[in-house]
Design a protein around this ligand. Structure first.
Ligand code: NI
Ligand code: MN
Length: 226
């Protein structure tokens, strides 16, 4: 499994020969808009954690380019189905066996309104079990006890957690989240994009290190392999 970071919570995942784009917010992200061309992205699936603009901005353009299936909660899926896109609706606690692996839509504590004010259901995250490696994409969330449910079902190899604070967990709560999901290997996301979520990278890495954990921060376009 190869995971590439495009800023904020935007990720590209290659697994079992399939291309998955998560929460594409690239053309409107000052950190990534000059580095990544959304027209270059391949996608068989687009996974959306919630409806906020900094997670869905480029979903329509990428889906139009690629014919990808949009996977999200029921309300978000219907929003895109009404616009003619192929969708796969899910809801919290439900799993589906896709051709690249098993996906579960899990709880997040946050909000989920589209930019026009329409209903984006309730926000979530994804647990993906694929090719012998399992990952958790928390999405935008507070630290929540529900995270303790995840390791009861899935042994994670990587937790992708927001660390920017203000709108989501910050570093200290993300360290506790990695305890809750029982995964010491963390990819930090949802930081630096706007002033509210700028962080000190060295300080964040030091705090994780002192807690016996590994925080990875990728450059825009940087990848890791599991
Ligand atoms: Ni959000
Ligand atoms: Mn966000």
């Amino acid at each position: 499994m190869k995971i590439t970071f495009y800023g904020q919570n935007s990720l590209a995942i290659e697994v079992s020969g399939k291309h998955i784009v998560v929460d594409p917010f690239i053309s409107g992200n000052p950190l990534s808009k000059d580095k990544v061309d959304i027209n270059d992205l391949k996608a068989d699936y687009i996974l959306l954690t919630h409806a906020h603009q900094d997670h869905v901005l480029d979903a329509e353009a990428i889906a139009r380019n690629t014919g990808a299936t949009i996977v999200s909660n029921y309300e978000i899926a219907m929003h895109y189905q009404d616009r003619g896109f192929t969708v796969h609706p899910m809801n919290h606690g439900g799993s589906w066996q896709f051709d690249f692996g098993k996906v579960k839509y899990v709880n997040a504590i946050h909000t989920s309104t589209f930019a026009d004010g329409s209903d984006g259901g309730f926000p979530g995250g994804f647990v993906i079990e694929g090719e012998h490696k399992n990952i958790y994409i928390a999405g935008d969330t507070a630290l929540t006890m529900d995270m303790k449910l995840i390791p009861l079902r899935t042994k994670l190899d990587l937790a992708i957690l927001p660390i920017g604070d203000n709108f989501t967990m910050g570093v200290d709560d993300a360290i506790l989240a990695s305890d809750f999901v029982e995964c010491e290997k963390v990819l930090g996301v949802h930081y630096d994009t706007f002033g509210y979520i700028e962080i000190d990278h060295d300080d964040a890495k030091r705090k994780f290190y002192e807690a016996g954990k590994d925080l990875m921060l990728l450059d825009i376009g940087g990848s890791l392999e599991l």
